[in-house]
Ligand binder design. Structure first.
Ligand code: FA5
Length: 340
């Protein structure tokens, strides 16, 4: 019976227009669209009609319901807009006022330190090569001469994503990637990036930190080239009078392996709190690339040789700026970050 639906529609729309706040809107909604509202009541009439009239009536009633629902939403939005406009006018808010300017930021202390590293190594002919943070077990360990169950894997507490995938514990897997990409060309690259270790966080150790790996592969490269490179790096970063000390060490992917120290930048070797009275500060681990690693990278160790090193980023910056807690780097406290 279209007349019935038409008259209800007209009446409902008029009532909706008259509803001028949220409470009145709710009353309207219950009265017309609610479970016991007028539209529901109208629909109940279907069963009282002769069979042939039912489809047309049902269709008209459904259409009425949809129209009223849409009208309700539109009215609700319009009222909300009116309310907001009223509030703005009452508060005297000028939305055309320009916003407060955001001051310029500056580079994070880690980024600054990394860029100093890049600049120094660039002058020595090293390109920057980036490799992924998420690595395979094979690249992070296996191809670096640490097959499954090799005890040296315990040197790196590891975040495992799955049996095969890890968050890289060091930047060394990049050595394999760059060798496989560049062979049979000579290589001179640094590989900076974030490393992850399942470690207790302390004033000296974070579970995420940066390293700068170095790799040189060529003909006739020797340990003196490695020591010369590290000495030059330390002198350019910390002053021309720096001295370097080399100690024997062990890494599965270098043979022989070394640790490089430089004389303490604060006490100049006299002994102080920062160098724990030793007069020396650690720069990083290094060594001659192991023949197995050269081979895994596609280079014949009979013909090629190379050196590699792994430098920390935050710990040297801590020494330079006398920062006593590594947790400050990524704590996002602007009072700390603004000092650099
Ligand atoms: C390595 O990770 C070797 N891949 C380095 C290397 C590369 C050796 C190439 C030989 C050839 P090591 O675990 O010592 O080595 O880490 C190197 C540097 O990373 C440390 O000297 C230190 O500066 C930094 N580092 C290591 N663990 C942390 C940590 N938890 N928090 C902050 N810095 C760290």
């Amino acid at each position: 019976m279209p007349e019935q639906t038409d008259s209800l529609l007209e009446e409902a729309l008029q009532a909706l227009e008259a509803a001028s706040d949220a409470a009145a809107l709710q009353v309207w909604r219950t009265g017309y669209l609610g479970r016991k509202g007028q539209v529901s009541e109208l629909m109940k009439l279907i069963s009282t009609l002769p069979k042939e009239e039912r489809p047309a009536f049902g269709q008209a009633a459904n259409e009425l319901k949809r129209t009223l629902e849409t009208a309700f939403e539109a009215r609700q939005e319009a009222l909300a807009r009116e309310e907001l406009a009223g509030e703005l006018a009452a508060e005297g808010l000028d939305v055309t006022l320009p916003g407060r300017p955001i001051g310029p930021g500056h580079l994070h202390i880690t980024t600054q330190t990394l860029r100093q590293n890049y600049a120094i190594f660039a002058e020595m002919g090293f390109q920057v090569y980036e490799s992924p943070d998420v690595e395979t077990d094979e690249l992070n360990f296996g191809l670096l001469n640490m097959p499954p169950h090799h005890p040296a894997r315990d040197m790196w507490d590891t975040f495992w994503i799955s049996d095969e995938i890890v968050l890289r514990t060091h930047t060394s897997p990049g050595q394999i990637r760059v060798m496989r990409e560049r062979h049979p060309e000579p290589i001179r690259v640094i590989l900076p990036g974030k490393c992850y270790r399942y470690e207790q966080i302390t004033a000296r150790s974070e579970h995420q930190f940066y390293q700068v790996e170095g790799l040189a592969v060529g003909h006739g490269i020797t340990m003196t080239d490695l020591i010369g490179t590290l000495t030059e790096f330390a002198r350019r970063l910390y002053g021309p009078e720096r001295r370097i000390r080399i100690r024997g060490s062990y890494f599965p992917f270098t043979e022989p392996s070394i640790e490089a120290d430089m004389d303490c930048i604060l006490c100049l070797g006299e002994g102080c709190r920062v160098c724990k009275q030793s007069g020396w500060l650690e720069i990083g681990g290094a060594g001659m690339v192991h023949p197995v690693v050269l081979q895994n990278g596609g280079y014949d160790p009979e013909e090629w040789s190379g050196f590699a090193f792994g430098l920390g980023v935050e710990r040297p910056a801590m020494l330079k700026y006398e920062i006593d807690d590594i947790r400050l780097f990524y704590g996002n406290d602007l009072r700390f970050l603004r000092q650099f």
